[in-house]
Design a protein around this ligand. Structure first.
Ligand code: BG6
Length: 517
């Protein structure tokens, strides 16, 4: 394992160390970090869980996850064994003080062996019902006290509405200072999401037109082809609004709409983001119908296969009113964005997996070209492709070759993979690295979470008070219910996903060194 001198000695205690998130995401990301950037020379993972495991059995189980999910493929036995030595298991009930006493003792023992005071990161990779419990026990055991060395990581969901989010934040704040709390939204760890800030604020080109004078509408789409899979038990109490919009889509909205930051300090960026949320026009209960649309997928065929409807998925109530699709129209009441609609949509069992932000620009103020030259006219648009394609597409009008003036839309493409030969790390690698470096820039602050809930709570309340009469209302492989189109202002249409072109030049060149795009 490569030691990385930027990082301090660290103990990472994972509550839920035997669970799916640890297996699928955390350990593969830590293993990949160890191979790539390196981990602290003095490093230990203590997996805490209720089930019975020996160190050896746990390591074997985690190795299977790494074999499957490491971005470097199945590791060599020697590399895994070296990494695995840093993992140990501690059986314990999350609601028993003895668990925390044992954990504290294990941390103290490591400090003694390492002759230092290591940083202690407590990661809650547990069901959400434990989020309000573990911080209390950590606090009582004195493990939260050291502001410089102790940190806690919380996964989403942070509450299921404004009130419960506030309650959870209060529990966290009772034991930890806000500077010690890292609320994860894995979208913020994605390279392409971080690139939104680089693109907007490292280039003078687009910022002058990034406002209501030039932008007509903004579309944020996060579409998935998968259904709810084996997560019905959780999802049926959440739905698309809580599962995706409150966190991932709201974060994308903030990054697209925020004002330029003055510095790259964590709180400066988070202040600018929270300003956006505060400026979102509240949706009053009697306007929910005009600003939000919900849907649920029925049974049908998808990708050439027969797939069950949401209500037939394991763990889902047969008469479930939970939405698997949500679309919103939001307005931002500030100087920059007055009158520009931001359309957000997300759903499961949609035609393709795509996350992208499309900025549609206004038409020219005066159309000087003859009418038949502009028959194929489309608005100029800038599309930030987040996944699976990673890059940016700029669409504009060009003259079609020939004697007549004929305009046609054309695209310019920036493709991550072609411009940089460096692979993108997984979002969890980036986020775990930042927690170890004590950098909270990419994590959600208490006020951000609450501001996002404030916007969505009227929608959540109206939807739960008025069960839908038309569910299921979209077939698998469609773009959601018809109502999603009606949400849009006249003349606006949800854009089709943009395909990022791979240049033939690259194929000819073969794999080379980094080139400028
Ligand atoms: C999670 C949601 O936060 O994000 C899942 O709980 C969803 O329902 C997932 O599938 C999507 O993440 P990604 O990175 O695959 O777009």
């Amino acid at each position: 394992m490569k030691p990385n001198e930027q990082l301090q000695p660290t103990v990472l205690a994972i509550f839920g160390g035997g669970g799916d998130l640890t297996w699928r995401k955390l350990i593969p990301a830590l293993f990949d970090l160890a191979q790539d950037r390196g981990l602290p020379a003095q490093f230990a993972i203590i997996a805490v869980d209720r089930v019975k495991f020996s160190d050896q059995r746990l390591r074997k189980h985690l190795q299977e996850g790494v074999n499957k999910f490491s971005r470097f493929g199945k590791p060599k036995a020697a590399a895994w064994n070296e990494f695995a030595q840093h993992i140990r298991y501690q059986q314990g009930d999350f609601k028993k003080p003895a668990t925390y006493r044992a954990l504290g003792a294990a941390c103290n023992q490591l400090d003694k062996e390492w002759k230092t005071k290591a940083h202690r990161i407590f990661y809650m990779a547990t069901p959400p019902s434990m989020f309000g419990e573990i911080p209390k026990y950590l606090g009582k055991a004195g493990l939260a006290r050291d502001r410089e060395h102790a940190r806690i990581v919380v996964e989403k969901p942070i509450g299921y509405d404004l009130e419960s989010a506030r309650a959870l934040n209060a529990v966290l704040a009772a034991s930890f200072d806000e500077s010690q709390i890292f609320r994860i939204d894995h979208y913020l760890g994605k390279e392409t999401v971080q690139n939104i800030l680089a693109f907007r604020f490292a280039n003078p080109l687009f910022e002058p037109i990034w406002d209501r004078r030039y932008v007509e509408s903004v579309f944020i789409t996060v579409a998935e082809t998968v259904g709810v899979e084996l997560r019905g038990g959780y999802y049926d109490h959440a739905g698309a609004l809580r599962d995706m919009v409150q966190n991932h889509l709201m974060q994308l909205l903030c990054l697209v709409a925020m004002e330029p930051m003055v510095s790259f300090e964590a709180d400066e960026i988070r202040n600018k983001k929270v300003d956006v949320l505060h400026a979102v026009r509240p949706i009053h209960s009697d306007e929910v119908r005009l600003s939000a649309v919900r849907g649920q997928y029925g049974p049908g065929r998808h990708g050439g296969k027969k797939v069950p409807g949401y209500r037939e998925e394991p763990g889902v109530a047969p008469d479930s009113a939970t939405e698997t699709f949500a679309a919103l129209k939001l307005l931002i009441d500030n100087w920059r964005w007055q009158g520009v609609p931001f359309y957000l949509r997300t759903g499961k069992r949609l035609p393709c997996q795509v996350s992208e932000i499309a900025i549609h620009f206004r038409a020219v103020p005066h159309q000087a070209f003859p009418p038949d030259a502009t028959l194929g006219w489309q608005p100029s648009r800038l599309v930030m492709c987040i996944q699976p394609d990673e890059g940016i597409v700029l669409g504009f009008q060009a003259k079609y070759p020939g004697p007549e003036i004929q305009l046609r839309p054309v695209d310019m493409h920036f493709n991550y993979r072609e411009s940089f030969d460096a692979p993108s790390p997984d979002a969890y690698e980036t986020l775990l690295w930042d927690v170890m470096k004590n950098d909270a820039t990419l994590f959600m602050r208490e006020d951000q979470v609450e501001a996002a809930w404030r916007i969505l709570t009227p929608v959540v309340d109206v939807w739960s008070a008025t069960p839908p009469s038309d569910f299921p209302n979209y077939p698998p492989g469609s773009w959601g219910p018809e109502g999603a189109q009606e949400l849009l202002e006249a003349g606006h249409h949800w854009p089709l996903p943009t395909e990022l072109r791979h240049s033939r030049a690259k194929a000819r060149r073969g794999k080379g060194s980094d080139k400028k795009s």
